[in-house]
Structure formats: structure tokens, C-alpha cells
Design a protein around this ligand. Structure first.
Ligand code: NAP
Ligand code: MG
Length: 489
């Protein structure tokens, strides 16, 4: 049964309001393309109102700025409890709007409350240093919230991105304006209602749905916004960095996807490696920034591996994300489906060997068959560009040194993985030399709440998660006082 839609308006200053223009846009179910709801369409005027509310909430003597840090933490703990209580509903709402298989969303929502609690625990552990300064001085540092933060979300894992960005900003003491992706406006609104219930004061969290070109641009160019945290495409990431440079030098955190290499050595445990390689690239129909989209297989096991990979892909059960046995749901929308099918055509034209899949599945919704290409070469488009779809590209290699160089020959650097039983040398040498922010050994896509997440090179700037995640939302202030070393009586 379709989940009930509670909220479709903008959330500004803890109130549900229509957009100033009165405009709305439709949001869809990718399973069949049907309209789920009409959602208020925010624009520059609405962003201005939300930023003004966030600025007021950040003012010197505001309730939020005067709040004890442990109290900020307690609000987030209460929020975690509410998310835990509503986890099933949130998973359903997300799957209904973004097509992720429901049991996968349910699993993500099982872990989400503890991720919130981890971040909540950091709220009263933001410490500066006392500095052993030279001369007649006493010197220390304060870490202070950067100010109003614009948080721009993607559509692939909207709840997780909302939670990661918003809870970290709040733990640091910032205030926020969230701009969800146009395809997935619903879960952010529901989460905002839970934050209000948890006790977040007015203006601290605002959610303005709308389009990137209007609401997104207004946020990234707003002079009262001190920081942008963004997850999405490299193209838009670069626009955000340009906008930051062109006006008030906003601080930025960018998470921009990748072209992540997964390496299978001759000595790997294939019974584990083959399913992990499939999981790494087909999970959520390939719409994951850390997807293992370049699969390098060593020559001694290449043929055997390819056979196993084809068997895996063939047996994926495609269907409605709400059906219990579905493993593979739809792409997010028609545009993305066509883009992915375009990449598949390019792969065929450029001479990669299509072994399974390659077509749209069914005629309603935006389904694509899990697709496997073998004999892919490094210079083919499907080996270079982020496809963001269910396309496994298999490449052959001979030596570890060679594969490290080939793995690194990309502008991206988000994740990487290796399967080998030679953990002493191959795994350690690969992990040390691969240019990626996250490396997995004999596993893939295993996420640790306590660990930092982010990329090298054009995969982004900054890190989310881990103990130092709050630093992305803080400024360091050095205070130096004239204090003579010698006590004068
Ligand atoms: P996108 O355009 O980068 O969208 C991400 C977010 O940025 C959305 O909220 C979007 O608004 C907003 N946005 C778009 N243009 C903007 C601008 N000029 N200024 C400020 N904000 C702006 O990504 P997409 O179009 O949804 O997907 C395209 C490609 O991005 C995918 O094929 C994939 O390669 C990559 N992607 C990566 C991730 C990741 O996890 N790293 C996630 C999603 C997509 P709208 O909602 O109006 O678009
Ligand atoms: Mg977009």
C-alpha cells in the first residue's frame, strides 16, 4: 500500500508554508511513472526567507546560540529515537519516491538511528587547544560554528544524506537550509517534522524544495550563507566551487561520485569476490557514488570470473521495489534511464563485449536489466565516465603494479577495492598506492559509522562522518592574551 504523504509544503522557521510564487511541481514513483504528490516549488524568494530565518536563529543571543552543547546533543538523541520509531515509514516513503528496493532501505534505516547518535555524541566534545606560545602570551583556540549552512542533497540516498549533513551541522552549532533533489522532495520534509518534535528551535532547520537552477543557485550565491555541503554530480560541484569563489568565499564540502576500481587478484576467493563485485555495482541499480564501476580481473582467473559474473547478473530478480523478493528496481527517472542506455550503446559501439542485459526491462517505469560488459578497455567511455546505472565493466590485467597505475588513471578518487588472499603484500601495497578516499579489502561497500567518507581528486573536497566530521562546520579562532611569564607581585 502506498505510504501516506503528510507534508508537501516548504518548512521555514518551523512552519509549513506555500512557496511565495504559489507554484508546485509533481513528484513521481519511478516504478510506474505515476504522480505521487504536488510539492511546493521554492525559488529565490523562498530561499531568501529560509536563509533569513536561519540567520536569525544563529544570532548572538538566540535560543540556539545560548543552548548548552549537551542540550544540542540531547535534541539529536531525541531525533534518533523518533527516526527509529518511524524507520519503517521512512523506508517506505523513500522507496516509493526513489525506487530503492524496500528491504535495502529498511536495512539502511535500521542503522540510521545509531549514526545520528554517533554525531549527537560529538556535540559537547568540540574542543580547542591551549597553545604553548612563545613570549609573554597566553594562547588558546576556540572552535566555533561557521554560520548558516546550505545543504544540497542528491536523489539516490536522500535520507542518509539529509541525516549526515543536517546532524553534523547541528552538532557543530550551525543553522541550516536544506535543498533536496527535485526527484525526491518528500523524506526531507518528514525528517524536518521529526526535528521539530525533537525540540529544534525555529529557523535552525529549514527545507526548501525546488530546482537546482533556481533554488539551488540562490542558495549557493547567497551572501548570508557561510558554507555549502553538496552531494551530487561533478559538473554541479564545480559550479558550486565557482559560486563560492565568486562571492563570499563560502566554505565547501563536496562529494561528487567516482569511477571506482575493484581489483580481483588471481589468488582471490572467487566465491566471495564474484557476488561482492555484483553487489558493488548493481546495488540500487548502480546509483551509488561508490559503485564498483571498473572491475579489473587478473588474467589467470579472467574467463572463470566473467562466467560467474554473467550468472550473477542473469539471476537478479527485477521488480517492484515493494515486493519482498525484488533485488533490482527502477532507475530514478526517464532522463537517467535514457542516459544509462546511451552509455550502454556507446559501450557496444566502442567494441566492449556485451554479455548480458543492455536493454530497458518492461515498458512501464524506468527499469534497466543488470548489464555486463567484458573486454572493456581503459579508453572506452564506459570505463571513464560515471554511468550511475547497472552496468558492470570488466577489464583484464596482468600485474599488481600495472593495475595500480590503471586504477589511478582517472580524474576521480572516491573508492577502491581489492580481493586477494595475499593480505601481507598485495592488499597493503594496493591500499597504500591507490588514489581513493575509501579502500576495501576482501569486501566492498561496507560502511562504518565511525569512519570518514570522501574522495581524492575530483571526487570531492572534505570528509563526512568520523570524529572530525564536525570540523567541516567549524571555524578555528586563535585567542592570544598578553600575560607576562614572570609573576609580578
Ligand atoms: P545534480 O544535478 O548534481 O543534482 C544534485 C543536487 O544539486 C540536486 O539537489 C540538484 O537540484 C542540485 N543542483 C543542480 N544544479 C545546481 C546548481 N547549478 N546549483 C546548485 N544546486 C544545483 O545531479 P543529478 O542531475 O541529479 O544527477 C546527474 C549525475 O550526477 C548522475 O548521473 C550521477 O553521475 C551524479 N550523481 C552523483 C551522486 C553522488 O552520490 N555523488 C548523487 C546523484 C547524482 P535538482 O534537484 O533540481 O537537480
Ligand atoms: Mg538534477
Amino acid at each position: 500500500m502506498a505510504p501516506h504523504i503528510h507534508y508537501t509544503k516548504l518548512f521555514i522557521n518551523n512552519e509549513w508554508v506555500d512557496s511565495k510564487s504559489g507554484k508546485t511541481f509533481d513528484t513521481y514513483n519511478p516504478h510506474d511513472g505515476s504522480v505521487i504528490a504536488k510539492v511546493s516549488e521554492g525559488d529565490k524568494e523562498d530561499i531568501d526567507l529560509a536563509v533569513a530565518a536561519a540567520k536569525k536563529a544563529f544570532a548572538r543571543n538566540s535560543e540556539w546560540r545560548l543552548m548548552d552543547p549537551s542540550e544540542r546533543g540531547k535534541i539529536l538523541y531525541r531525533f534518533a529515537d523518533l527516526v527509529e520509531k518511524e524507520a519503517n515509514y521512512l523506508a517506505q516513503l523513500e522507496s516509493y519516491n526513489n525506487g530503492m528496493v524496500l528491504h535495502m532501505n529498511t536495512m539502511l534505516m535500521t542503522g540510521a538511528p545509531d549514526e545520528i547518535r554517533y554525531t549527537a555524541s560529538l556535540a559537547d566534545k568540540i574542543e580547542g587547544n591551549t597553545i604553548p606560545s612563545d613570549g609573554d602570551t597566553f594562547c588558546y583556540t576556540l572552535k566555533q560554528p561557521v554560520g548558516v549552512c546550505g545543504l544540497i542533497l542528491p536523489w539516490n540516498v536522500p535520507i542518509l544524506m539529509f541525516l549526515k549533513k543536517v546532524t553534523t551541522a547541528l552538532a557543530a552549532g550551525c543553522t541550516t537550509v536544506v535543498k533536496p533533489a527535485e526527484q525526491t522532495p518528500l523524506t526531507a520534509l518528514y525528517l524536518a517534522s521529526l526535528l521539530q518534535k525533537a525540540g529544534v528551535p525555529p529557523g535552525v532547520v529549514n527545507v526548501v524544495n525546488g530546482y537546482g537552477e533556481t533554488a539551488g543557485v540562490a542558495l549557493t550565491h547567497h551572501p548570508d550563507v557561510a558554507k555549502i555541503s553538496f552531494t551530487g554530480s561533478l559538473e554541479v560541484g564545480k559550479l558550486i566551487q565557482q559560486a563560492a569563489g565568486a562571492n563570499n568565499l563560502k566554505r565547501i564540502t563536496l562529494e561528487l561520485g567516482g569511477k571506482s576500481p575493484l581489483v580481483i587478484m588471481n589468488d582471490a576467493d572467487l566465491a566471495a569476490a564474484i557476488p561482492y563485485a555484483a553487489f558493488g555495482v548493481f546495488t540500487h541499480q548502480g546509483q551509488i557514488c561508490i559503485a564498483a564501476s571498473r572491475l579489473y580481473v587478473q588474467s589467470g582467473i579472467y574467463d572463470q570470473f566473467v562466467k560467474g559474473a554473467v550468472e550473477m547478473a542473469k539471476n537478479y530478480k527485477i521488480g517492484n521495489p515493494f515486493d519482498a523478493d525484488t533485488q533490482h528496481g527502477p532507475q530514478i527517472d526517464e532522463g537517467m534511464m535514457k542516459k544509462v542506455l546511451g552509455y550502454i550503446e556507446k559501450g557496444k559501439q566502442e567494441g566492449a563485449k556485451l554479455l548480458v542485459g543492455g536493454k530497458q526491462s518492461g515498458s512501464k517505469g524506468y527499469y534497466i536489466e543488470p548489464t555486463v560488459f567484458a573486454d572493456v578497455q581503459d579508453d572506452m567511455t564506459i570505463a571513464k565516465e560515471e554511468i550511475f546505472g547497472p552496468v558492470q565493466s570488466i577489464l583484464k590485467f596482468e600485474t599488481l603494479e600495472e593495475v595500480i597505475d590503471r586504477a589511478n588513471a582517472t580524474n576521480y578518487g572516491l573508492a577502491a577495492g581489492i580481493f586477494t588472499t595475499n593480505v601481507n603484500t598485495a592488499a597493503i601495497q594496493f591500499s597504500k598506492n591507490v588514489e581513493a578516499g575509501i579502500v576495501w579489502v576482501n569486501t566492498y561497500m561496507k560502511m562504518c559509522t565511525q569512519a570518514p567518507f570522501g574522495g581524492f581528486k575530483e571526487s570531492g573536497i572534505g570528509r563526512e562522518g568520523g570524529q572530525r566530521c564536525v570540523d567541516e562546520y567549524l571555524e578555528v579562532k586563535t585567542v592570544t592574551m598578553a600575560v607576562p611569564k614572570k609573576i609580578s607581585n
